[in-house]
Design a protein around this ligand. Sequence first.
Ligand SMILES: C[S@@+](CC[C@H](N)C(=O)[O-])C[C@H]1O[C@@H](n2cnc3c(N)ncnc32)[C@H](O)[C@@H]1O
Length: 446
Amino acid sequence: MRNPPERYLQTLREHFAQAPQWFNSGSNSEQVAFKPATGAALTTYQDGKDTAFQRWFHFKEAFSPEFVSAAIASLGYRPTHVCDPFGGSGTSAITSQLLSINATTVEVNPFLADVIKAKVSPLTAEKLLSAAADFHAGLQDTPADLSRLAHLPATFIEGEGKDRWIFPHDVACRISQYLACIDAMQDADVQRYFRVALGAVLIDCSNVYVNGKGRRYRGAWQSNQPTAEKLDLLFSQQFNTSFEDVLRFERRPRSRVTVINGDSRTALQQVDQQADLIVFSPPYPNSFDYTDIYNVELWVLGYIGSSADNLTLRNQTLRSHVQIRRAYDGPATTSSTLNAVLDALASRRESLWDATIPEMVGAYFRDLELVLEQSHRLLAQTGRVMMVVGDSRYADVRIEVATILAELARGMGFGRVSTREVRQMRASAQQGGSFQLAESIVELTL
Ligand SMILES: C[S@@+](CC[C@H](N)C(=O)[O-])C[C@H]1O[C@@H](n2cnc3c(N)ncnc32)[C@H](O)[C@@H]1O
């Protein structure tokens, strides 16, 4: 896409017979026809580095805007409220806002919740430009102060006697200056925008990289470490990229978007407004803990200040991993497929890399059952739930997540339940790596 912000507009046009009028006039139109275009592709994941808003923070597991707009269009009527209990980087929230639809999203990770809030908040280019000028002036007068980062685990900052560190001393000093200037900002929306932009470049200014397997040191990192100048350069580039989207979409409709930073298993109880579409992709039961993947941002930006905070956050995440010991209970509703899976896993306990995997798998479905109970309560008569879920496999036992969820949903009183496979994904190394696992969409109506 030569002009990346256009991608959102194009996406929305492709999926709706008539694009919202504000695309052309800049006015907040109430009258938007919601007719799905025929043959709209249903893709879930894509590389978002060139897409407006997706490029504010690299989030590999994000929905594509196409998926969210197609899900909205598939309702066949204009929804008043869209809900996403697993917000991630906020694709459902920002897409709904661009379409002038109210949205509620829940995200457990406080940094990611801020990424979503930054995208949907009423920022203006003018405010950001003036804040950027103050920020640059402030940086000159702000001394480095590593006591700001004193809470970080020992491996984070270079120091005497250490054999590895995530940030060189100079970069850490510069980060401390950035944090001091960001903390001094008065406007909460502007402050969040700067914090998210800093979060977006931290890993690229460190000695590590992060992928689905966790955090690794770069090859030959000792001889090729980032500098404070690199941080300045990447931060200003990130600021400009996100700024381009703020500017381009400044006159978009400001529908009400509520971002709840919390655990959707309980936080959904706070939501009262009925939802026409409840669309989400929960973590898959593949032992991947998002708390680990976004750990550098959480610690450096001060969202977690101690290992106790880290543990609290892990406990609030869906029981899709065995990184911490927790109480495990299974779903209240019966699923014959789940029962067979749990029996098969229990009989192979000796060959599992963690003996509690069978209980974790049961608890994973209990957690999704809690989310589905709330979805059932919130769903409008004419609305639908759309879940994107992925299978998993442990010791040759395939966890057919879509099939199990469909059985649970029927038992919970959803009227029409359907599943369809959308993609084959490669299994993670811990799961054997060499075979394919299905990713599916589960659709539910009352
Ligand atoms: C697959 S991602 C969602 C991506 C999202 N659809 C997007 O477009 O960016 C799953 C998200 O669920 C979040 N999560 C995990 N446990 C949660 C919980 N108990 N409540 C709310 N969010 C949770 C993770 O932090 C992660 O951001």
